[in-house]
Design a protein around this ligand. Structure first.
Ligand SMILES: [Zn+2]
Length: 377
């Protein structure tokens, strides 16, 4: 017989919830959990649906699962072996857009919470699930806006995000934080002129050259035990109008820092300005902080999750902070210990996205084991 977690994952995959359209995923889950005694609060901001569903109102530890119902578009439909919305099963593998990122995790979270509440209807503390329909997009009307509202009404100690953290086998990797992401736009000013009269011009390409070389080599910080050193990458350089006889007046650089919590915007800006000043450049900087870093330092939570993974899969997870940003960045600043554990990430955002049925069953069991460890005395 088909495991219940697969039946629910299929129901979610069959809904075309391309960002920011929830396409009925949240109402399906609200109805289902409402029938099990969960309470819920839904808010729609713009085109984005957000919901918190929770069970338990007694004092005690409180755990919130976090996920997103939206998925990225299917891409080249012809390249899919099966319709991305058909939730096709073949040889023990479930195929479909979002199965790994992250409708499979949502189904596992829902099943785990239902089973826990059925076994322990009068449990202490609280177990909850927060969902948004815009994690893959601009993520402005999702958890970023919803979390502060919910944090004012509910206290949570722990948050587990269901993003696909695993690499080769389920549970091999847990994210204990994410690097910060900081964009900077650098304008270097020269003086426009005719290429035949360089004495009357200042070429910003030559002016910027040595500074760019140094920016590619400096060590911004050392990182720490859980974080690699901060990296700086230039994605775009623009100068000139495309004609051969004009020295351009300006050069623009678009760059991004992925930074460890040992650095911040102030320390990185100072180092960047020091270099630009050393080469006596005339410049303007425009900064945009896209996500602050977060880092789970709650040893009890980390040990509980490692023990749950060990007891279900027999492996000890590696804790790291690799990957891009996630909605965890909007939860951790509320003083909530935040980690991420989910399916294998090899096929996410690709055609033929898939996950093993056995992995989703294991994931449900890990989530259930974790709720027991955290909430039961
Ligand atoms: Zn995701």
């Amino acid at each position: 017989m088909e495991p219940e977690v697969i039946t629910l994952a299929k129901q979610l995959i069959q809904k075309p919830s391309y960002t920011p359209d929830d396409a009925g995923c949240q109402p399906l889950l609200m109805n289902r959990l409402g029938g099990q005694g969960f309470q819920g609060e839904h808010h729609r901001f713009g085109e984005v649906d957000n919901v918190l569903m929770w069970h338990g109102n007694k004092p005690g530890p409180a755990l919130m699962f976090l996920g997103h119902t939206d998925v990225v578009p299917p891409g080249e439909i012809e390249a899919w072996q099966h319709d991305p919305l058909s939730a096709h099963v073949e040889a023990g593998v479930l195929y479909g857009r979002g199965v790994a990122d992250m409708k499979g995790s949502i189904a596992a979270m829902v099943l785990a919470m239902e089973k826990f509440v059925a076994e322990n209807p009068n449990h202490a503390g609280k177990v909850a699930l927060m969902l948004t329909s815009d994690e893959e997009g601009v993520a402005v009307d999702g958890v970023k806006k919803f979390m502060p509202m919910m944090a004012a009404k509910h206290h949570f100690d722990y948050c587990l995000v269901g993003e696909p953290s695993s690499s080769d086998v389920l549970g091999d990797t847990v994210r204990v934080g994410r690097r910060g992401s900081l964009h900077v736009n650098i304008k270097i000013k020269g003086k426009q002129g005719h290429v035949a009269y360089p004495q009357n011009a200042r070429n910003p390409i030559f002016l910027a050259g040595k500074a760019i070389d140094e920016l590619g080599q400096i060590q911004w910080d050392q990182g720490n035990d859980d974080f690699p050193p901060t990296s700086f990458q230039i994605s775009t350089i623009k100068a000139g109008s495309g004609v051969a006889n004009i020295i351009p007046g300006e050069l623009e650089i678009i760059a991004n820092f992925r930074y460890a919590p040992v650095s911040d915007q102030t320390s990185l800006a100072k180092q960047l300005e020091d270099i630009l000043n050393r080469y006596q450049l005339n410049y303007e900087l425009v900064w945009q902080l896209s996500g602050e870093p977060f880092h789970c330092q709650d040893e009890g939570f980390k040990q509980a999750l490692a023990a749950s993974i060990q007891s279900i899969t027999g492996i000890s997870p590696e804790f790291n902070t690799a990957g891009g940003t996630s909605d965890g960045r909007f939860v951790a600043p509320h003083g909530i210990a935040t980690m991420e554990l989910g399916p294998i990430n090899k096929t996410i955002h690709q055609v033929n996205e898939c996950e093993k049925i056995s992995h989703l069953v294991q994931l449900e069991n890990i989530y259930l084991d974790l709720i027991r460890r955290l909430l039961l005395p």
